[in-house]
Design a protein around this ligand. Structure first.
Ligand code: NAD
Length: 426
């Protein structure tokens, strides 16, 4: 694992655009986070804890008040969970500044935006920042999906924009994807790496593509988990229990409820991705997950404890009774293969597309960011231990049965293995 951690730090941009060996980060002292919502607040906590001068910029008083109120609740929750002491909270309260005036970013060295996920809004913001920030300052975006090349088109110096894709909650999750576009300079990447280092985050350089690496793999996994419900009629608690008994902290449906189905609904609409039958039912019934007390489970309003919900179980039974199942799953271990083999395949696709340099980095991202059991070495190593010939055979078979499903688009690596005559257990 240590080898892979060092490998992540030894990043290279393609076409000799620079690397960890040659690039010098900007000296960061003063930082600003634009947007004090879910992500902005957690990013600001991470920056402030790392010792940077930190400022949150909101665009109206209502937003600023909500941001402060939510920060207060976060501090209380963190102390209850014993992840923060009163002394840590005092430092954050005293260290963090707030403003409604974007001009206050004028002397910041690093400005990270976490405003709404809309290209028009982000471009408008960067257009303004371009006129305000000092030369040499690095601009970062926490976008999950938007194209960096289009975003940077409004900047007079396009090389200073880099992606810093944090995961929710950003002050807890250790992984950050550092995203480069066609114009991102090695200095901007080096600055993002140095800042992640100071925040004690594990950073991985990834290329500019919709959803980047982590979410691409995650979405494939969730698509498979949903199929277990609406095609096979397996109940959420059973799917989650199989994954937990395999060594994970949490099952996919509990995780999905935590992330919020409204986020998924919005993304699918924007990207014109067809929602699965079970997702359509969730969206129709506004079952957005833990945040509004019902998703794949229902949540006790007082204790937040999750319970089975007869309403969703009835829906699952109805959908499964109408489904045409193409393949049989006989055991828990068949279900583990069904859930995770397409995810491993997606990891190979990302490497082949040049979105990530090495499969060992996918492993680390999933160990640090997803709770993948470290003893298995992460998804890609787990896949190799299972046998790539076996995975290739399964994914190719599923692709033949359901060629329209993008989660079965087979990677070249697996296809080559699938087509090879049997020589040895690869
Ligand atoms: N929520 C997640 O799980 C998650 C994970 C990774 C990345 N992201 C990305 O992070 C970004 C923010 O997401 P979020 O979930 O925190 O959204 P959010 O809606 O919780 O927060 C956005 C905040 O930005 C503020 N804002 C909007 N326009 C502004 C402007 N021009 N100037 C200053 N403030 C402005 C809003 O008042 C709001 O407080 C998005 O790009 C999103 O795709 C979200």
């Amino acid at each position: 694992m240590m080898g892979a951690i060092s490998k992540a730090k030894q990043w290279h941009l393609p076409n000799n655009r620079g690397s960890y060996e040659t690039a010098k980060p900007v000296q960061v002292r003063k930082t600003a986070v634009i947007g004090g919502g879910t992500m902005g607040r957690g990013i600001a906590i991470s920056l402030c804890r790392a010792g940077y001068d930190t400022m949150i910029v909101e665009y109206d008083q209502k937003g600023l008040d909500a941001c402060k109120r939510e920060l207060d609740l976060t501090y209380k929750r963190e102390m209850k969970l014993k992840r923060m002491q009163q002394g840590d909270v005092d430092k954050l309260i005293n260290g963090m500044k707030f403003t409604l005036n974007l001009e206050d970013t004028r002397d910041c060295d690093l400005i990270i935006e976490a405003v709404f996920e809309e290209m028009v809004i982000k471009k408008e913001l960067f257009k303004k920042l371009d006129k305000i920030v000092k030369p040499g300052a690095i601009l970062a975006s926490n976008t999950s999906t938007l194209d960096f090349d289009e975003m940077s088109s409004v900047l007079s110096d396009r090389t200073r924009l880099v992606g810093m894709h944090f995961f929710n909650p950003p002050h807890v999750i250790k992984v950050v994807e550092i995203v480069f576009g066609s114009y991102t300079s090695a200095q901007a990447v080096a600055t993002a790496f140095a800042t992640c280092d100071a925040m004690k985050k594990f950073a991985v350089l990834v290329g500019n593509c919709p959803f980047f690496v982590f979410n691409r793999l995650l979405f494939v996994y969730l698509a498979q988990a949903h199929k277990l419900l609406y095609q096979y009629g397996i109940m959420p608690k059973h799917v989650d229990a199989i994954v937990v008994s395999y060594g994970f902290l949490m099952g996919p449906l509990t995780m999905n409820d935590m992330n919020g189905h409204d986020v998924g609904e919005k993304l699918k609409k924007e990207w014109n991705i067809e929602s699965s039958p079970i997702e359509k039912e969730l969206y129709k019934r506004k079952r957005y997950g833990r945040k509004n007390g019902k998703g794949f489970y229902r949540y006790d309003p007082k204790t937040q404890k999750k319970e089975d919900d007869p309403e969703i179980e009835g829906i699952i039974e109805r959908l499964a009774s109408q489904a045409h199942v193409n393949m049989q799953l006989y055991s828990d271990s068949d279900m583990i293969e069904f859930l995770f083999y397409p995810l491993v395949n997606e990891g190979f696709l990302c490497v082949e597309e040049g979105i990530i340099e090495d499969e060992s980095l996918v492993d680390l991202m999933f160990i640090f960011g997803f709770g993948w059991p470290p003893a298995t070495g992460g998804p890609m190593r787990w896949g190799r231990k299972k046998g790539l010939r076996r995975i290739a055979g399964r994914v190719a078979h599923w692709h033949i049965l359901e060629p329209e499903k993008r989660e079965y688009k087979i990677s070249k690596t697996l296809e080559k293995i699938f087509r090879q005559p049997y020589l040895a257990n690869l």
